[in-house]
Design a protein. Sequence first.
Length: 327
Amino acid sequence: MSPRLLPALAAAALLTSCGYIGDPLPPLANYPSPITDLAAIQRGAHIIAHFTVPQLTTELKPIPRPLTFDLRVGTNATDKFDINDWSDRARHVVTPEVNGPVATYEIPSAEWTGKDLLIAVRVTAGNGKQTPWSNIVVVPVIAPPATPRNVTPTATAAGVRLTWTAEGAHRFRILRKTGTADYTPAATVETAEWIDTAAEFGKRYSYLVQSIVPLGNDKLAESGLSAEASVTPVDKFPPATPAGLHADAAPGSIEVGWIRNQEPDLAGYRLYRAVGGGPFEKIADPQTPAWSDRTAEHGKTYRYQLTAVDQAGNEGTPTAPVELAFP
């Protein structure tokens, strides 16, 4: 090999094994991502504040642990808000144990009644790097709204009727669960009564009721939750009396007809007949709103009555009798 090729081969080997050598990367700043979703609401005699615990730095790397939270509450004593001046005067709230992705604080509200309470939070990572203050939340604090009492669920033909008592509330929120499922909001009403038209017979339902006081500017205060009230509605409600019962003579039969019932759980009908002034006896279980009485005899007078029956076996009130002399 020519001695003149050795320097070129050595340079090629160096480039192949080590790659391009550029400027060194700057060190990571390792600042935790700031909190932007702080939210708070008055619930009963407490202010409930919560936010998502940041998991990454601003460079999308895991935050050095442990995390330290600094949540502060206080009023604004000046016409012009300054976050640094406010935070110096605001009160630090002891952090609860945080085990999940959301940190939740319960702050007694009594001393702030009648005032606008400002809340902010910041986080310090294990390396001492700190976020700026979060979004500022303003909570107008009022006397605790009354918690609804005497929540009573009652099965009706239209659904579960829920009633309760509460003082001074403007609105009410109803939460419902079926069986062992979680509670979910079911309705918001302005009176102390609600009918759960979606409830089904034979299923267990549980309810909680909460007072809501609107405070303007899309803000509100909540009461505590009522005691749980549960019911398993049972269908004891017969269908309505059929309408339009009539009887008409036809060759070889008496044709009986009526207007179809509209109940969703309708199973059918029961048709009763009396001969002359005798007692009524069931002669048929029609499924449709018509029946041909082919056992009727010419020269006799017949009276007919009709009831509706649901799938639970509940039989409704009979119609007024209709009479026909079969020629």
